[in-house]
Design a protein around this ligand. Structure first.
Ligand SMILES: *Cc1c(COP(=O)(O)O)cnc(C)c1O
Length: 383
């Protein structure tokens, strides 16, 4: 069998054509495709504002800055995520405070976060960064209540969850990253994610002030001020008000993003089909410690199972060209964070999860034949 990755982009002829069209147009960057992509994305997610940026990590950095994270501020986050989630706190010279996960959902354990907040003097923590891990649509309303009680800002890392949703207490469907409960949310368009632009990211919010702040940060902190242009200066006038970055997405990428977004719903449906086949195939299997539950709003970026003898299975699968992967090595165990004082044993639930977790291939173009081959090889290993 050919190599089967754990995730993969899906590029159609239509995608290619839209990119070629931009290459033939007047603008490769700072053109009309950015606003078009932002509007389409905001509509898909159901939020007021969306700001397209160069990658998900830039989105996290800008979200952290606009949330007001300052040097020395303590920010709570999960150890079970991609390193960028925690790193954005360090970009602002904030202090990363990890807390353990819930063993069922792999989301930050809200009871443990509450305990952490209650046992610290008021105002100790500035913000919390939550992750819709693997596409699991977390109960953001519960976290909002907690954050309000302790005066925290919430950043939702929804890189895994475009199209995911949960029902709030009033029974209203709330899309992941829609800004109803979190102050800011971020998405990534790395090819392994649901929507691919090569590199790319998006920040969503319902807060107009945060939106303006994000727009400034994206382009060097430079503002065009029409009043000043008219009355004090000239048409060429601009002002740099604050320290910003060049975190822009190009029009080439935005065009690809628009085209990909048109198929996002379909891709999500396909992911759900693939996952139900896995679940059926592995239900009741002795080697499975945990499979994801039946959650209608799950975005299924990853199909993570916890298994016995994970290390043996992953070696076996790789020998069969199945590129199963581990998501993630707990971030607090990275040498960089160990140098900051975190150590093995700090988060037993996350560390036990790490011992057993495995991500099996799931992406819209995975064929029935390929999936059957994956299932056969998993089962064979335990026979
Ligand atoms: C992919 C990812 C990011 C970073 O996105 P990039 O676009 O690669 O910078 C951040 N957080 C999570 C949870 C991710 O999976």
């Amino acid at each position: 069998m050919h190599r089967i990755p754990y995730g993969k982009q899906n590029i159609t002829e239509e995608d290619i054509q839209t990119v070629v069209d931009v290459l033939r147009s007047d603008y490769l960057t700072q053109g009309p495709k950015i606003a078009e992509f932002e509007a389409a994305f905001a509509k898909y997610i159901g939020c007021k504002y969306a700001v397209a940026v160069s990658h998900g990590t830039a989105a996290l950095h800008m979200a952290a800055l606009s949330a007001g994270i300052q040097p020395g501020d303590k920010v709570i986050t999960t150890p079970v995520t991609f390193v960028a989630t925690a790193n954005c706190i360090r970009f602002c010279d904030g202090e990363v405070i990890f807390s353990d996960i819930d063993p069922q959902t792999y989301i930050l354990d809200i009871d443990k976060v509450r305990k952490l907040l209650k046992n610290s003097p008021a105002g100790t923590y500035k913000a919390i960064i939550l992750v819709d891990f693997a596409g699991y649509p977390m109960d953001m309303e519960a976290f909002r209540d907690l954050a309000d009680e302790f005066g925290l800002k919430i950043i939702e890392d929804a890189a895994h969850a475009p199209g995911g949703w949960f029902n709030d207490r009033s029974g209203i469907k709330q899309n992941c990253g829609n800004g109803r409960f979190a102050d800011l949310a971020i998405f990534s368009f790395h090819p392994i994610k649901h929507i691919a632009t090569g590199e790319g990211g998006m920040i969503t919010t319902n807060d107009e002030k945060l939106y303006q702040c994000l727009r400034n940060l994206r382009t060097h902190g430079i503002q065009q001020i029409p009043e000043k242009e008219q009355f004090n200066h000239n048409v060429w006038y601009y002002e740099m008000q604050e320290l910003g970055y060049n975190y822009r997405l190009t029009d080439i990428q935005a065009a690809l993003g628009i085209s990909q977004l048109n198929r996002a719903k379909k891709g999500l449906e396909k992911r759900k089909e693939i996952i139900s086949v896995y679940k059926e195939a592995f239900s009741g299997a002795k080697f499975i410690i945990r499979q994801p539950g039946n959650i209608p709003g799950h975005a299924y970026h990853l199909y993570v199972v916890e298994v016995e003898n994970r290390d043996g299975l992953i070696k076996h699968l790789r020998n069969k060209s199945i590129m199963a992967q581990v998501h993630y090595i707990p971030v607090h165990l990275m040498p960089y964070y160990q140098n900051l004082g975190w150590k093995k044993g700090d988060f037993p639930v996350a560390e036990n999860y790490y011992k057993h977790c495995l991500s099996l291939p799931v992406y819209p173009t995975l064929t029935e034949k390929e999936q059957a081959y994956v299932i056969k090889n998993v089962k064979e290993f335990y026979e």
